[in-house]
Design a protein around this ligand. Structure first.
Ligand SMILES: [Ca+2]
Ligand SMILES: [Ca+2]
Ligand SMILES: [Ca+2]
Ligand SMILES: [Ca+2]
Length: 695
């Protein structure tokens, strides 16, 4: 290492101090740094003004860490390595959470580098340093500013005894890596394949590559690795993509999607046996069918239900309820079994069922009001019975008159950019005074660089784009996990659901806007009673897309989990909902769902049955619109609980995106069946329904 280079790595205070020392001391300090790669920084406590320091200048493994007057010696110089370590003593020792501790009060030491999770650290944008294993922050004990106060792990709160200023240029690494490219799959088998990609670049260095399919994490590998083996599901059609991540936690935009169709492990040409014993019963305008299980040489994957010879839904259960039928009408039903490779059994003999004369069901009828070639995402009901809805990829807003079916495009939102995934033109919201005395339409959308909340005026039935105000920008975007729902509360504040932008750490950073429910005044300013002095209302969310207020004025929220479960939450001001350590009620890392302060969901859903986006509350009943689950859950709000959970429309209308109260006390409902994992406009085939609710 050249001496002039070494000088640049020392801060001014250290230079002054060294200038007073004997030249030999300087030379011996420099000699401790092996190789030019050790780019050091001091870590100066914001509250104390003192430096993070290895006690007694000891290189013995297990030496304790304290704060001490800054002198720039080898025991105060640190480097964040590309692999996430925090090294000292010229790169020969690593900061280590003692005994793999993950609880408040765990001490940290300077120890032998071992590559384990208790030696992984990240420097956060707010200047805190958090442990990857514990999720806790480096913290001066008892918020002391005294010489020799020990450094420990403690729950991150970002106050002065947890903020560490760096001397290496004074800026944090906030620049995300470039986008990985050139994805290729080799050795595609029914349960495995090898994925490779070309390297991304970064101002500091790529620390990890994260591999996903369709918004779901599959693997993470180190930044020096450019291929990995993947575990696949036979017969799946997946879109693979890769994000690059640096040691500071900045995540790149996602690579282009590589679609794969996973082969079956063996060819099956034998259909299941016909379902036996089909019977049916009627309650009001709902018909329920039951049958006995079919058998198959490999396995039955689903039963298809036919009404008057048209397929109306599928289920893996041995019963099916077809609700919302016409009154006093006879229907013929039949059922067939299907295996995973599409072999279909003989259809049963039909049974005829006649509906009753009155509606005594949760749902009285469902009528298709219109179709759309794009994805209806946000929807608001107007006082005159019409609705406005956003088209995610077409980037415009349509007014629908349900009485006539007439549709009018009221404006195209400028500056919208898709993400070749879930981003685009998303949520809409209006106040109860819209449009008569409050002309503002609130919109959440993705741009080429962020997600943002804007508003613009709806005047004489048209959107005036010259009135656009950007209320909040800089909400990170990515291919998936963009959140997107808006909802005004009874307090007149606008609530915003934001995703974690494919970086779980964002959700726990109360200084950032992602993985949050945000709350703002109608003019976009920050309410003074928000819990963290910014827009954050609650945190620890992964990808929330549903918001609704109940009769008591409480906020309910719906959130996509990863591969295990989705969740419905009752939101508390300042609450931490646990992501990424906790998914639903399933622990993933650190202390998981048992972590003190994490608020448990009110209801969870296996992702295969859920993957729910929008929610609505009508007469204190929660309706949850589910995509992968192809159903709507109906849940009665009782005290703090969700009770009497029922499934509506399972398999009947495909993937459901949005439910929204209508002005006449019923429900709007829209689908999201095609073209919803790209940014291509008008490659969908969607429907908007009016659901008439019963009792
Ligand atoms: Ca970087
Ligand atoms: Ca078979
Ligand atoms: Ca949660
Ligand atoms: Ca599309």
């Amino acid at each position: 290492m050249a001496i002039d280079t070494a000088f640049k790595t020392l801060n001014a205070g250290a230079l002054r101090r060294l200038a007073l020392c004997a030249p030999l001391a300087l030379l011996s300090a420099l000699a401790a740094a092996p190789g030019s790669a050790f780019a050091t920084t001091t870590l100066v406590g914001k509250a104390s003004g003192r430096c993070m320091d290895v006690v007694g200048n000891s290189t013995t493994a297990g030496a304790a860490i304290q704060i001490y007057d800054c002198h720039g010696g080898a025991n105060q110089r640190w480097e964040f390595t590309a692999s996430g370590e925090l090294r000292t003593f010229g790169g020969t020792r690593c900061l280590d959470a003692k005994n793999q501790g993950t609880t408040n009060g765990t001490l940290v030491t300077s120890s032998t580098c071992n590559g384990q999770a208790n030696q992984q650290w990240r420097y956060n944008a707010n200047g805190t340093i958090s442990g990857s294993q514990s999720g806790l922050c480096l913290d001066v004990t008892s918020a002391s500013n005294a010489q020799k106060a020990p450094v420990q792990l403690w729950a991150c709160h970002g106050r002065g005894n947890q903020v560490w200023n760096r001397s290496d240029g004074g800026t944090n690494d906030t620049q995300a890596p470039s986008i990985p490219g050139n994805l290729k799959v080799a050795n595609l088998q029914c349960r495995s394949a090898t994925l490779s990609w070309s390297s991304a670049t970064d101002n500091v260095g790529v620390a990890f590559y994260d591999i996903y399919h369709d918004g779901q994490a599959m693997a993470s590998v180190s930044g020096s690795t450019l291929s990995t083996s993947l575990t696949l599901s036979p017969g799946a059609s997946w879109g693979l993509y890769v994000n690059a991540r640096d040691a500071a936690g900045n995540v790149s935009q996602a690579s282009t999607t590589l679609p794969i169709t996973v082969p079956q492990c063996s060819t099956d040409t034998e259909p299941p046996t016909m379902p036996a014993g089909l019977t049916g019963s009627v309650a009001g305008t709902a018909a329920t069918l039951r049958w006995s299980a079919s058998t198959d040489n490999v396995g039955v994957s689903a039963y298809d239900v036919y009404r008057n010879d048209a397929k109306v839904g599928s289920t893996s259960n041995l019963s099916y309820t077809d609700s919302g039928l016409a009154a006093n009408t006879t229907y013929r039903y039949a059922v067939a079994a299907r295996d995973a490779q599409g072999n279909v059994s003989t259809r049963t003999t039909a049974v005829s069922l006649t509906t009753g004369s009155s509606c005594s069901n949760p749902v009285c009828s469902v009528s298709q009001v219109t179709t759309d070639t794009d994805i209806p995402w946000g929807l608001v009901a107007l006082p005159d019975g019409k609705v406005l809805y956003s088209r995610r990829d077409a980037q415009d807003i349509v007014r629908l008159d349900p009485a006539t079916g007439a549709k009018t495009t009221v404006g195209k939102i400028p500056n919208v950019s898709g993400t070749d995934g879930e981003g685009g033109l998303m949520g809409l919201a209006v106040t109860p005074a819209f449009p008569a005395t409050d002309p503002w339409l609130y919109v959440m959308h993705t741009t080429a660089s962020d997600n943002r909340v804007i508003r613009l005026k709806y005047v004489n039935g048209t959107l005036d784009t010259s009135t656009i105000q950007v209320l909040l920008s800089g909400i990170l975007r990515n291919k998936y996990h963009n959140g997107g729902r808006l909802r005004f509360g009874p307090d007149g504040k606008l609530y915003v659901a934001t995703g974690d932008a494919q970086n779980g750490a964002n959700a726990q950073n109360t200084s950032g806007l992602n993985g949050k429910i945000l709350r703002m005044n109608a003019d976009g300013t920050r309410p003074t009673d928000n819990p963290f002095g910014n827009y954050v209302w609650s945190y620890g969310h992964r990808n929330p897309q549903g918001l609704a207020f109940d009769a008591q004025g409480r906020l309910w929220q719906q959130e996509f989990g990863d591969g295990t479960m989705d969740e419905t939450n009752l939101i508390q001001k300042g609450g931490n909902y646990g992501w990424p350590d906790c998914e639903g009620t399933s622990s993933r890392s650190g202390s998981g769902c048992a972590t003190s302060g994490y608020i448990a969901p009110k209801h969870t859903y296996p992702t295969a049955d859920g993957s729910c986006s929008g929610i609505a509350i009508v007469r204190n009943v929660l309706y949850v619109a589910c995509q992968r689950g192809t159903r709507v859950y109906r849940e009665v709000i009782s005290g703090d609980s969700l009770t009497n959970v029922q499934e509506l429309f399972r398999g009947t209308y495909g993937r459901i995106r949005t439910v929204e109260p209508s002005i006449d006390g019923n429900l709007w409902m829209s689908t999201t069946n095609n073209g919803d994992k790209d940014s291509t406009a008008n490659n969908s085939d969607e429907k908007i329904f009016k659901v008439i609710l019963g009792n």
